[in-house]
Design a protein around this ligand. Structure first.
Ligand SMILES: Cc1cc2nc3c(=O)[nH]c(=O)nc-3n(C[C@H](O)[C@H](O)[C@H](O)COP(=O)(O)O)c2cc1C
Length: 487
């Protein structure tokens, strides 16, 4: 199989997005809250298609030691990362459909072991180890510390079955040689970690904190239990990822990574982790003790890039790809549940890709819309902590809030079209959850034209697609000029 993506590693990817005008370089901001605040302000100002931000000359650090935010936060960057052509799939729903098709057809490819790679350009061991060699940011005023791992990959191996997991779990620096990672219950890395710790043994871990786009996509995706994210990323690339064997841990380490930390998670030492701004924009999870990670080895490229993600009140710099990956997952699950004629799914960025979800269908029978709503409100990845599920007809783009709100305002009578579900699956991270009762209630909203009125519902006042095409043919450059687009 030929390589399906057109870049070799993160640096190559950055050069390509720079050429597309999708990367902005920022010099002189400080790691202590300035980088976090600037990123937040840029993404608030421009929630859709803001550029990736590459911070250099970060307060107190040498030039070249950089922090990257938002590497995948636009359709162009995400499409490039996956090797999907945006010309062929111009709308979000078309890109989503193409991604789902690819995800169904590729075969996982195990990594290829090599003897050397750029990540070995610099190695710290023993007393030379210092995690603060890198401009590790503190994002917000109330965060509990500097987080070296946010857009990262935490690599562990199952002690019984031998397979390797890579998960994006946050990593806080305690001091130059020690760190903490918060891995929530049920996550695959947590299951593996706890097997070692329960047996009183240290858990070998390698943490990639300068990660390439494909391994990052795989690390934050719930790849089926027993399948390694390395194989998944290789499958999407159409070529095995090149890895080295970690000298300390024996774990596979991406040879082209920017920065890798090898160490062990200790069974007998804990420290308080957090607080950290969560995905839903609150500090709802209290601080908790987590096992200490003792660092044994740090590898990094010359002029290393720390890949970062600041979670906060939306919008933020990793929402687009989050909504994209999760929406694809929910669409898949609806199909598996035999919900027919789903035309699109979007788990909205403003709902942090969880709390406000929209499904568009071509209505096939009485009750179809309610069936889709009920399923979408419970199936993974939406079933946990969501609040609103809206079902719309197939003339509505579920990712376009303008369209969705118009449909809700004209096709949904709350008296008959809104149902409340009680005692659903929530979390201590839900700011409305109080005490130990981890339930929430949620609404399903049927914003489809009533099925019985589908033939006599008022016609929509709008230009037809055929007439729009004609206008584009006749006045194409004019649109580009008016809308300030490159021709
Ligand atoms: C930027 C970012 C930060 C994340 N931080 C954490 C975290 O700190 N702890 C956690 O358990 N999951 C976190 N997640 C979610 C996991 O990465 C996600 O659930 C993934 O599927 C876990 O991998 P696994 O399926 O191998 O367990 C984060 C995701 C992203 C995108």
């Amino acid at each position: 199989m030929d390589r399906a993506v057109q870049y070799r590693d993160l640096r190559d990817f950055l050069e390509q997005i720079d050429a597309l005008g999708e990367l902005k370089k920022v010099s002189g901001a400080h790691w202590d809250k300035e980088i976090g605040a600037i990123t937040e302000m840029v993404y608030r100002e421009q929630p859709v298609d803001a550029p990736a931000l590459l911070f250099d000359e970060v307060g107190g650090y040498p030039k070249g030691y950089r922090c990257l935010y938002g590497m995948l936060a636009s359709a162009k960057r995400f499409g490039l990362a996956l090797g999907l052509d945006l010309e062929e799939h111009p709308s979000r729903m078309e890109l989503l459909a193409a991604y789902r098709k690819r995800a169904k057809t590729f075969a996982p490819l195990p990594p290829r072991f090599v003897d050397s790679g750029p990540v070995q350009e610099n190695v710290q061991e023993g007393d030379a180890i210092d995690l603060l060699t890198f401009p590790v940011p503190i994002h917000h005023e109330l965060d509990g510390g500097r987080y070296i791992g946010t857009a990262c990959g935490v690599i562990t191996r199952d002690p019984d079955e031998g397979w390797v997991n890579v998960g994006t779990y946050r990593v806080q620096v305690l001091d130059g040689q020690n760190a903490l990672s918060y891995i929530s219950q049920g996550k695959q890395g947590r299951i593996q970690r706890d097997k070692y710790l329960k047996a009183g043994k240290p858990c070998p871990v390698a943490i990639v904190v300068g990660i390439d786009p494909l391994l990052y996509i795989a690390a934050r995706f719930q790849v089926p239990l027993g399948v390694s994210e390395f194989d998944y990323a290789g499958g999407i690339a159409g070529e095995p990822l090149e890895v080295l064997t970690g000298t300390y841990t024996g774990l596979p380490i991406p040879a082209n990574a920017e920065i890798v930390i090898e160490g062990e998670i200790l069974p007998d030492r804990k420290q308080v982790e957090g607080p950290f701004g969560e995905w839903n924009g609150y500090y709802a999870g209290a601080t908790k003790e987590e096992p200490v990670i003792q660092v044994k080895r740090v590898l990094y490229r010359n002029d290393p890039i720390l890949t970062c993600a600041a979670s906060q009140r939306p919008p933020h710099s990793h929402l687009f790809e989050r909504s994209f990956i999760r929406s694809a997952g929910l669409w898949d699950k609806l199909e598996l549940a035999d919900c027919p004629s789903v035309r699109g799914v979007w788990m909205h960025e403003a709902g942090s890709g969880r709390t406000f979800n929209v499904v568009s269908i071509h209505q096939e029978y009485f009750g179809h819309a309610r069936q889709a709503a009920l399923l979408a409100s419970q199936l993974p990845p939406a079933g946990y902590v969501n609040r609103f599920t809206v079902v719309v007809d197939d003339d509505i783009d579920p990712s376009n809030l303008y369209d969705v709100i118009w449909a809700m305002g004209t096709r949904c009578n709350p008296e008959g079209d809104l149902d409340i579900l009680r005692k659903n699956w929530s979390s201590r991270l839900d700011p409305l959850v109080f005490g130990d009762e981890l339930y929430n209630s949620r609404a399903i909203i049927d914003a489809c034209i009533p099925y019985e009125r589908r033939h006599d519902f008022p016609r929509v006042a709008q230009t037809s697609p055929a007439y729009k095409r004609l206008m584009k043919e006749k006045f194409g450059p004019l649109f580009d000029e008016i809308l300030n687009r490159k021709g």
